[in-house]
Design a binder for this molecule. Structure first.
Ligand code: ATP
Length: 230
């Protein structure tokens, strides 16, 4: 996919959003990384809530090329996952998708992605890293997590079955200041019990996924024969 020369793209529904770094509207940038295998309503609902409740300027969805912290058997090709995000957010001007990690190929670590984002948007931008409570539970294992906690804010969203409190180990690593920051930014949404794993299982078993993903994503999956063993 990467030819080594091209620059990562941020495909947006707004025009020229990246060219004007002095624009006040650009200062609070939400970064939403994940496997998005596939993107589902849970992702979209949480992104909308974070956008509204934390008064962000925009949210950039960044699909990972290979997830560093989980093993997935039925991982759709990165370009498909990217295309599905693009379709799902096409009517939302506050959202965009970036192929930054896909272009990098291999495993991407969030610390490297955030450094690149800061270079791209300028150091005056505030970065809000959005994640569900299950990711919070793994945060202590992430590369350079202390440094990461100093470069961006963590926005934790509740998810059924997962605690929204940081583990003692995580608090020890990131320190009280980052913990307080994280707690003050925590978002409570009406719990959404949807996961990509469940969607893949349903598809594999021939069960419908209506209302779990946007219609355009369902159509894309069908058209490209994704996640089905038949
Ligand atoms: P899988 O089931 O394949 O592990 P997933 O549904 O967790 O996938 P990811 O793309 O891995 O989806 O998730 C990206 C981010 O979105 C993660 O931080 C995850 O915690 C969060 N997230 C996904 N679904 C939900 C949900 N229903 N509620 C809250 N957070 C969610």
């Amino acid at each position: 996919m990467s030819n080594g020369n091209s620059k990562p793209s941020f495909s947006s529904n707004q025009s020229d959003v990246l060219t004007d770094n002095n624009n006040q509207c650009q200062k609070r940038i939400g970064i939403f990384g994940g496997t998005f295998n596939p993107i589902h309503m849970g992702h979209l609902i949480m992104a909308e809530e974070v956008f509204k409740q934390r008064h962000l300027s925009k949210i950039v969805f960044i699909p990972t090329y290979i997830p560093p912290h989980k093993h997935v058997n039925d991982l759709a090709e990165a370009h498909h996952r990217h295309q599905m995000i693009k379709a799902a957010i096409s009517d939302k001007s506050e959202f965009e998708v970036s192929d930054l990690e896909i272009m990098r190929e291999g495993k991407s670590y969030t610390i490297d992605t955030i450094q690149e984002i800061l270079n791209h948007y300028g150091k005056e931008s505030e970065i809000f890293l959005i994640m569900g409570a299950d990711s919070l539970n793994e945060l202590e294992l992430w590369k350079n997590i202390k440094k990461l906690s100093q470069l961006c804010h963590f926005v934790i969203v509740n998810r059924p079955g997962f605690k929204t409190e940081a583990s003692p180990r995580l608090v020890e690593i990131i320190g009280k200041v980052s913990l307080l920051d994280m707690e003050s930014l925590r978002i409570e949404i009406t719990p959404v019990d949807i996961s990509s794993t469940n969607i893949r299982k349903r598809l594999n078993g021939g069960v419908g996924i209506k209302d779990l993903v946007p219609e355009c994503v369902e159509a894309y999956i069908k058209e490209h024969g994704l996640y089905s063993s038949t």
